[in-house]
Design a protein around this ligand. Structure first.
Ligand code: DX5
Ligand code: ZN
Length: 235
């Protein structure tokens, strides 16, 4: 189980400090949300933020590109210090080319699907991927409600991964908190992106990360029974 704090919810005036807190509290990677105002109705941050963060953290910087032309920006983010890229199936007619380019650049490659996009679209590309991301909200904004309708899709992806590329991880992004994370875990998620439940919690970064971890760990019983359900479905 891995935690990926999303800096979209951080206090940008104290960004370095907050990322250092997350690192100290055992974050596995830092999730950087890049939005262009076209692919999603919001703008956020670009490569200069990655460049600044690269100086203050050793954590893997994963770059979630919610932009219409990801290929145009890969080199710039690599130079800034990105370690991996999450690109949207919906934003790209040439997804295979983008994924291959990310690999050529020596970086991790993940593909993201929106809530209305079925898991099956990933069947042909799955073998190339380090990560698949299930958006558990519609992308563009932090602090939205987790969409429970995405849970069966996580289970379907887990089955596809077992058959096609078992080293690929499943990440969930959006509305992840101590109530919803155990459900995503039970459905088969390995990596949990969390913005407002980590940086927006008055308890502080370390305390909220610990709470999230405890909640996910205590959901293990549910994980087993959910897997049993999947087995039943196959019979
Ligand atoms: C949404 C972003 C998420 C966002 C999640 O479009 O991709 O990474 O930061 O924020 P919370 O955890 O607040 O839903
Ligand atoms: Zn994201």
């Amino acid at each position: 189980m891995k935690l990926a704090p999303s800096i979209l919810a951080a206090d940008f005036a104290r960004l370095g400090e907050q990322v250092a807190e997350a690192e100290k509290a055992g974050a596995n990677r830092i999730h950087v949300d890049v939005m262009d105002g076209h692919f999603v109705p919001n703008i956020s941050m670009g490569a200069p933020i990655v460049k600044s963060l690269r100086r203050v953290t050793k954590l893997l910087l994963e770059t979630h590109l919610m932009i219409t032309a990801p290929d145009l920006f890969l080199e710039e983010f690599v130079e800034a210090g990105s370690d991996s890229f999450l690109v949207h199936w919906e934003a790209n007619n040439n997804l295979h080319r983008t994924v291959r380019r990310v690999k050529e650049l020596g970086k991790g490659a993940g593909v993201v699907i929106n809530p209305a996009t079925p898991a099956l679209v990933l069947e042909e590309i799955l073998v190339e991927l380090d990560l698949v991301v299930v958006m558990t909200v519609n992308p563009g904004f932090g602090h939205q409600h987790f969409l429970h309708s995405t849970l069966p899709k996580i289970g379907r992806l887990r089955q596809m991964i077992e058959h096609l590329n078992h080293r690929c991880q499943i990440e969930v992004d959006g509305g992840v908190d101590e109530t919803t994370a155990p459900l995503a875990r039970a459905a088969g998620a390995d990596v949990f992106v969390a913005g407002s439940s980590i940086f927006g919690d008055s308890a502080g970064v370390a305390a909220s990360m610990n709470r999230l971890r405890t909640a996910i760990a205590s959901g293990n019983g549910e994980l087993r029974s959910s897997q049993a359900d999947l087995e039943d479905e196959r019979m």
